[in-house]
Each structure stands twice: as structure tokens, then as C-alpha cells.
Design a protein around this ligand. Sequence first.
Ligand code: ATP
Ligand code: MG
Length: 143
Amino acid sequence: MTTTNWIKLEIPSDTRNVAFARTAVALFASQLDWTLDELEDIKVAVSEAVSNSVIHGYELQDGLVKIEVSYEGPELRVVVEDYGRGIEHVEQAQEIGYTRLPEERMGLGFTFMHEYMDEVLVSSQIDQGTKVVMIKRVQASES
Ligand SMILES: Nc1ncnc2c1ncn2[C@@H]1O[C@H](COP(=O)(O)OP(=O)(O)OP(=O)(O)O)[C@@H](O)[C@H]1O
Ligand SMILES: [Mg+2]
């Protein structure tokens, strides 16, 4: 059996699809040998990235969110991409508690992604969109 596999999803930007994306990615990711806690971590990180595209990228208007998930051996890679408004200051956006909507939101989405995934890489261009690449590795099993 090969040790690589991938899926690509395209979903309309809609808050209803956040739960779908989270579950679909977790179902695919479960081909690897995670603990239940690790699978929960992946779900949270995916939810945060996809909801950011819906809420901030497209400001709850129509748009396309692309999700690619793949693994090579023990390394899972999740890419969430939108073609929305983009992020002006990518570093600042990832600071704990930073949000453009302080009345409504906590500014913790990126913090969770960094906490729960091994690597998080954010690239963005104003009015072009945002791409979040997240990597998580299966830990060598203890025996
Ligand atoms: N896909 C995106 N497109 C445009 N801006 C984004 C995107 N993702 C994040 N941002 C910007 O980065 C900020 C921080 O994101 P983060 O997810 O950490 O917090 P939040 O979404 O504001 O609050 P929370 O996730 O706690 O509900 C957002 O407020 C927004 O300004
Ligand atoms: Mg967020």
C-alpha cells in the first residue's frame, strides 16, 4: 500500500460548510495513526482556518474556499485557501488576541492553529486572497 494520499475540496463560502470541512478533513486524516486528541486538534485547526476564510476573507459574502489535504508517510498537510480580501499584516494577524473585529471575536483562531499543528505558514495578498498551510506529524508510537 502506498504511504501517500490526497483529497481536494472546493466549497462555497458559507458558515454551514465549516462543520462539513472539519469532519471531511478529519475523516481523511484518520487514515493516519492519530490519537483521538490529535484528531480533535486537526478538526479545530481546520475549523479556524475555514471560518477565517468565510468571516474575514469573504466577509460572509459569496466566495470559494479550497481545501487540499495530503500526507506523505507520517506528515499530514492541510492547505486552506481563499480569494478574498487578504491580510495586510500577516505577522500581526497571528498575534494572540489580534482581531479586526474586537467587539465580536477573540482573535484566537491563528493561536489555536499554531498550538494544535506542528507548522503553520500564512501567505496573503491584499484583494488576492489568503493561503494557510498547516502541517502535523504523527508521533512515533511508544511501545
Ligand atoms: N482568510 C483570511 N482573510 C482575511 N483576513 C484574515 C483571514 N484569516 C485571518 N484574517 C485576519 O487575521 C485576524 C486574526 O485571525 P484569528 O483567526 O486569529 O482571529 P479572529 O478570526 O479575528 O477571531 P477568532 O478566530 O477568535 O474568532 C482576523 O481578525 C482577520 O483580520
Ligand atoms: Mg478566526
